[in-house]
Design a protein around this ligand. Structure first.
Ligand SMILES: [Zn+2]
Length: 109
């Protein structure tokens, strides 16, 4: 949960995922873009409008425009982290499996 520009988590530390942190950071970015008052006003109006239309708390919450955007940004950020981790892992593996004489030399040495 984000209150102004402070992120609050409940539960154990092990339950805090990178995706959750990215999601909450996206909300802070939204607050920075719109200002806190406008952010919470749009957030609340979206929720009430969605609740009226969908008649379901969870669906109304999921369809708030800031929630949708935060989920998309968090998923995108996590995919980038996963892709960069995969690249580093593959490069390291290839480097380690080359015979010593064909390993690229480090120009700084
Ligand atoms: Zn959220």
């Amino acid at each position: 949960m984000v209150i102004s520009r402070t992120i609050l988590f409940k539960g154990a530390e092990t339950e805090i995922s990178v995706a959750l942190i990215q999601h909450e950071l996206a909300h802070i970015d939204q607050i920075n873009r719109h200002g806190a008052v406008k952010f919470y006003l749009i957030y609340f109006c979206d929720y009430v409008s969605n609740l009226w239309r969908l008649r379901d708390h969870n669906a109304a919450y999921r369809h708030i425009r800031f929630e949708r955007e935060a989920r998309e940004l968090a998923a995108s950020a996590c995919n980038e982290v996963a892709a960069s981790h995969k690249t580093v892992t593959q490069k390291t593996f290839i480097q380690a499996s080359l015979p010593k004489r064909v390993r690229p030399t480090d120009p700084s040495k």
